[in-house]
Unconditional design. Structure first.
Length: 120
């Protein structure tokens, strides 16, 4: 099934892939690993690169990449899901804003999703 977030919101948005969390399984070492439902492509998503940070201690080679994705109403992303944007798989970072209603117009623009990937 292909979700279309652009019906009203972002006609020139890009395609991303939603990986909905299903459950945890245990690997051979007893560690919990995430299992996901089949991938769900979503069209018409507005993507805003938010930034990259690196530790200031000069000792670590870790960097954190943050992106914001804006989806149309009804997509229903959860904090346990992951999303692939421009070929890079990101974790959902914290709570998802959920669909909201503009107090000025009554418009339902969708949800803002903060995504994060830690490298290193």
């Amino acid at each position: 099934m292909r979700l279309v977030a652009s019906m009203v919101r972002h006609p020139f948005g890009e395609s991303v892939v939603l990986h909905r969390f299903k459950e945890h399984h245990r690997n051979a070492h007893g560690q919990a690993i995430k299992v996901f439902h089949p991938d769900e492509p979503i069209d018409g998503v507005a993507v805003a690169p938010y930034g990259q940070t690196e530790p200031e201690d000069g000792l670590s080679e870790r960097s954190t990449h943050v992106v914001k994705a804006y989806v149309g109403p009804g997509v229903g992303v959860t904090p346990a899901d992951e999303i692939t944007v421009r070929g890079v798989r990101f974790a959902v970072d914290g709570a998802v804003s959920g669909d909201w209603v503009s107090p000025f117009t009554g418009d339902v623009p969708g949800a803002e999703i903060r995504l994060k990937k830690v490298v290193g």
